[in-house]
Design a protein around this ligand. Structure first.
Ligand code: SF4
Length: 625
């Protein structure tokens, strides 16, 4: 319990300034809470009460939102709050030993705040640095390439209470590691090129376009660029790069033709799938192309407002992204009368997430944008008709917007000629794990797993996890399969495991990830993902039986049939895939082939034996006849 003397004095002026800078808007609640947390490092009860009163919201609602997100704290954390990335690739690179080393250096216990309040050390889900792990976040800022020396240096800086701004810049240097570039990563596009091409497309053939609907019906003389550009996007057969693969042109068209007072464009930059980090690189080095694609979309659907939903782990990208937005405004590529087109007004605001994997699901992301807990909505209706503030909204992935900008320039036919028949264009991959050259690789769709393994210098590979834990695990006999929607669809993660890796432990890490990230809204997922962890932990302790393996399959059926969203539907994928392809790693952990109870009654008495100092046969259930 927190003693009253430990509670900080409430700085209502500072809180009111934060509220004012967000327009006092309840839809800005997540951003307001992030800023308010910066004052004390956590959100004391008095802060919650004050914000709720000022925003006119029930206190329980504000506290409910704050309690939902992993990066918002309702209890004190250390002034230096260190979160080690706990993806499987971080573990493969030694993150657990490094975490222990830091705790020993700082004389603290993992998960607890030091007595002087200086530091706390915990783990978090994948931070998107898998090509340069192990990695950690300190007060939300990423530090990659950890080793013993860097851990010792960080511990010294914390012990000396040096402000983060004075830490060596080299610690925070994040590499792009682009290893193979194709049409997207190699694109030489000047800011505004795609917009000018989209506008000119309508102007080139006004007679042909004259029968088309204007994107602003009330101004019939406006050039037909929006409809012409939409036709090019449809012709390209571009499909969403976030994983679901919905046809982008149809999505834009559905939004454009939906009834609504306003339309919105949302860029989903919340890439939280473990093993995925390509959007980080696109945002760091191709932000203009991302914003160009969003603006082309706004031009097509008639939107005036866009949001870029940036995952909290990438908060370090905020300043450069704001610079790009400011530069585009100054160049007339955002704001009013874009590219000289009267009535073409569009701007983009950045919304920073607060640590919730499920917000990568588009309806959960919209809930978060509206200042709520990121719980996925019932669908239908879909965001194209009822999205942000119940208005027609396009939500697309970072990479999808980049591709759309290229299509606006080069045309749909050009794009469709690349890739395979059902998977047009290229795919940017995040390659990590056991290989000599982890990083970013862009390939035309249709590339085989084997080709990628050869390019990145992987040897002795036993498995590749394609598209992260919610994707597919393929074994060596499937390396001729192709990355494409018709074979192995992928949102981008390509995680490699050589023969030295224990695929059971890989699956166990993923099971814990899903349990950690389940939002808890629906019972099958909330309980089912925890039960899966329990089964995997029991097997890890060599206490399982064949009954437990069958239980995994039963839980998988339950989760797939009755979960509310994709997280629950896919939570069993890594377990089922590894059970199918690597069953011996499960079987050698079985204690017996018969039923073994999950609860070890005798083991539960161990604490009582320690407390009473008894260890005779009578104190063991197993010794009692
Ligand atoms: Fe939340 Fe899981 Fe239900 Fe999705 S399936 S709504 S993540 S509890």
């Amino acid at each position: 319990m927190i003693g009253a003397t430990l509670l900080p004095a409430l700085d209502t002026d500072a809180l009111d300034r934060i509220l004012a800078s967000h327009g006092g808007e309840p839809t800005q609640l997540v951003q307001i809470l992030r800023a308010a947390q910066d004052l004390e490092g956590w959100l004391p009860p008095s802060t919650i009460t004050h914000l709720a009163a000022r925003l006119g919201l029930p206190r329980a609602q504000v506290e409910g939102v704050a309690g939902y997100y992993a990066f918002l704290h309702l209890a004190p954390v250390g002034r230096y709050h260190v979160l080690f990335s706990d993806n499987v690739t971080d573990r493969m690179a030694g993150s657990e030993a490094l975490l222990e080393r830091m705790c020993q250096n700082l004389w603290i216990e993992r998960g607890k705040v030091s007595e002087d309040g200086l530091v706390s050390v915990e783990t978090t889900s994948c931070t998107g640095m898998c090509d340069q792990g192990p990695a950690l976040l300190v007060n939300g800022i990423a530090i990659p390439r950890l080793d013993g020396a860097r851990i010792d240096a960080i511990a010294d800086l914390i012990r000396d209470a040096r402000p983060l701004a004075d830490w060596p810049a080299e610690l925070f240097a994040i590499a792009d590691n682009v290893r193979r570039a194709d049409i997207l990563l190699d694109a030489r596009v000047r800011p505004g090129d795609a917009l000018r091409a989209a506008i000119a497309r309508g102007e080139r053939d006004p007679e042909l376009a004259s029968n088309e609907r204007s994107w602003r019906e009330r101004v019939p003389t406006v050039p037909q660029g929006p409809t012409e550009t939409l036709e090019e996007i449809k012709r390209s057969n571009l499909r969403g790069r976030g994983g679901a693969g919905f046809t982008t042109g149809l999505k834009w068209e559905a939004c454009r033709t939906s009834l609504g007072a306003r339309r919105y464009v949302v860029c989903n930059a919340d890439e939280g799938e473990p093993g995925t980090f390509k959007d980080r690189v696109l945002l760091a080095s191709h932000a203009d192309l991302v914003l160009e694609g969003m603006t082309v979309c706004a031009y097509v659907i008639g939107a005036r407002q866009g949001f870029l939903y940036l995952r909290g782990e990438y908060a370090y990208l905020l300043p450069p992204l704001r610079e790009v937005i400011a530069r585009r405004r100054a160049a007339g590529l955002l704001g009013k009368t874009i590219a000289g087109q009267a009535g073409f007004d569009f701007d983009v605001a950045i919304h920073v997430g607060a640590g919730a994997y499920v917000c990568g699901e588009e309806s959960a992301l919209i809930e978060s944008l509206e200042g709520k807990r990121g719980v996925p909505r019932n669908r239908p209706p879909y965001p194209v008709t009822h999205g942000y503030r119940q208005q027609p909204t396009v939500v697309n992935n970072v990479e999808t917007f980049c591709a759309a900008a290229l299509i606006a320039i080069h045309g749909g036919a050009w794009y469709r000629d690349i890739g395979t028949q059902r998977s047009a264009g290229t795919k940017v991959l995040s390659v990590s794990g056991d290989c000599a050259r982890p990083g970013i690789y862009e390939y035309p769709f249709g590339v085989t797993v084997r080709e990628i393994l050869a390019d990145c210098g992987a040897e002795g590979t036993q498995a590749v996890q394609v598209s992260g834990p919610s994707g597919t695990c393929v074994g060596a006999d499937e390396f001729d399969r192709r990355l494409a929607f018709e074979d192995l669809p992928t949102a981008g993660a390509f995680t490699i495991f050589d023969g030295s890796r224990d695929m059971f432990e890989v699956a166990r890490n993923y099971a814990h990830f899903f349990a950690q990230e389940s939002c808890g809204f629906c019972t099958p997922c909330r309980v089912g993902t925890t039960l899966l962890c329990n089964v995997m932990d029991k097997l890890a302790e060599h206490k399982g039986s064949l009954h437990d393996l069958a239980r995994i399959e039963r839980l998988a059926r339950l989760l797939q049939a009755s979960s509310h969203c994709g997280l629950g539907h896919t939570a069993c994928n890594p377990l089922l895939d590894t059970l199918k392809r690597f069953r011996p790693v499960y079987e050698r952990r079985l204690q017996s082939r018969e039923f073994e109870p999950a609860f070890d009654l005798d083991g539960a008495l161990a604490r009582a034996r320690a407390m009473t100092g008894r260890d005779d046969a009578g104190a063991h259930l197993s010794a009692i006849e």
